[in-house]
Design a binder for this molecule. Structure first.
Ligand SMILES: Nc1ncnc2c1ncn2[C@@H]1O[C@H](COP(=O)(O)OP(=O)(O)O)[C@@H](O)[C@H]1O
Ligand SMILES: [Mg+2]
Length: 343
């Protein structure tokens, strides 16, 4: 090997990818569960894979866990190829499924101990690791009860603990909080943050924009097996529109005139104004409080009287509509001001 003496070769690349996926395809008959997916997860970060039911999230996780073999494309995890180095790859990963994989008849403690043993830990190490994780996931008190008697939140915590026994470098969390109450969801989020602080790389699938915002630095949005958007969470939010202002005029007859006034004011970052006569409301997507003030300012300058103002956070469905070129407005019908140009 020859290298010029003045060439600096860094020992480790900054921004190394723990997961690299290129053109991944998995079809089930006519169903294109994955239809050419590309994504990267940088080491030590959380990538949120956002998508509705049936988008292909679990199929992606299963491919990356070597549980199923993709039809085409390729993927590496911690430097191992999913197809050619499955055994090696499995040593680097932890998986928390949407459907908890614990044995209901065994106690929480026994479940963790057994998994530790399956991962080749010595009896002593498996025992120690089980106690450590029980403690950490607030399961010590319930440790002797069969997992079948656990509440949904406890089951989920046990499942998370189980995925961490082998201290995996890369963790897949497949909809870890779907169906959990808000308090338990927060507990799970805390644990995920802790794992990442300790250096884990996480690929998190979710149907919740909020969950992605809470945990992920970057997001890849998939729908019907394809990546439809991606990037930093803030960029995506900016692209989608943070909130929608709902404005109800005192006089419903002024709705169209109000919409025109806002649209013609050309406020920075405010776009896609729509008036919905059926509801007597105006919808204005905004990205900041300043824009809220500016919109209200324009309306009062024109002498319009406002009866009610509300703000509405986009649901994932609306995010999809926005990304795929639909409206950001939650109302599918109504008069649309020409400013709103579909992509
Ligand atoms: N084993 C399978 N056999 C047939 N179809 C499947 C199978 N697994 C998933 N699919 C289909 O592939 C698509 C993606 O599913 P999935 O990856 O589970 O989506 P998500 O996890 O995002 O809800 C869905 O249309 C689903 O019905
Ligand atoms: Mg799924």
């Amino acid at each position: 090997m020859s290298a010029r003496s003045d060439t600096v070769v860094p020992m480790t690349r900054i921004d190394k990818n723990a997961v690299e996926v290129r053109g991944l395809v998995k079809h089930y008959g006519e169903t294109k569960a994955l239809d050419g997916v590309d994504l990267d997860v940088r080491e030590g970060t959380v990538l949120g894979v956002l998508g509705p039911n049936g988008a292909g999230k679990t199929t992606l996780v299963r491919c990356l866990s070597t549980l199923i073999v993709p039809d085409a494309g390729h993927a590496t995890v911690a430097g191992c190829d999913v197809v050619r180095q499955p055994r090696q790859l499995r040593r680097s990963i932890g998986l928390t499924g949407q459907y908890a994989s614990v044995d209901e008849k065994l106690s929480g403690r026994e479940n963790l101990y057994m998994i530790g043993r399956l991962l080749d830990l010595s009896r002593k190490d498996a025992r120690r690791r089980a106690e450590e994780l029980l403690e950490r996931f607030s399961l010590t008190e319930a440790a002797r009860r069969p997992a079948g008697q656990y509440s949904g939140g406890m089951r989920r915590r046990l499942d998370l603990a189980a995925s961490m026994i082998g201290r995996p470098a890369v963790l897949y969390l497949d909809e870890p909080t779907t169906g959990l109450d808000p308090r338990t969801r927060n507990e799970v989020w805390e644990e995920v943050r802790r794992m990442v602080a300790e250096g884990a790389t996480v690929l998190l699938t979710t149907q919740y924009m909020e969950e992605a915002e809470q945990l992920a630095s970057e997001v890849t949005v998939i729908d019907r097996g394809r990546v439809i958007a991606g990037g930093a969470v803030d960029e995506l939010k900016a692209k989608v529109g943070g909130r929608t202002l709902q404005i109800r005029p005192s006089d419903p007859a002024q709705l169209a005139a109000m919409a025109r006034a806002v649209a013609e004011a050309g406020l920075d970052g405010v776009g896609g104004v729509s008036a919905v006569p059926d509801e007597g409301q105006l919808y204005v997507p905004i990205l900041s409080d300043e824009q809220l003030t500016a919109v209200v300012g324009v309306l009062s300058t024109h002498g319009f009287r406002i009866a009610h103002i509300g703000t509405h956070l986009p649901s994932l469905d609306e995010v999809f509509l926005a990304i795929t070129g639909g409206k950001t407005s939650p109302a599918p019908v109504g008069t649309t001001i020409p400013e709103e140009v579909a992509a």
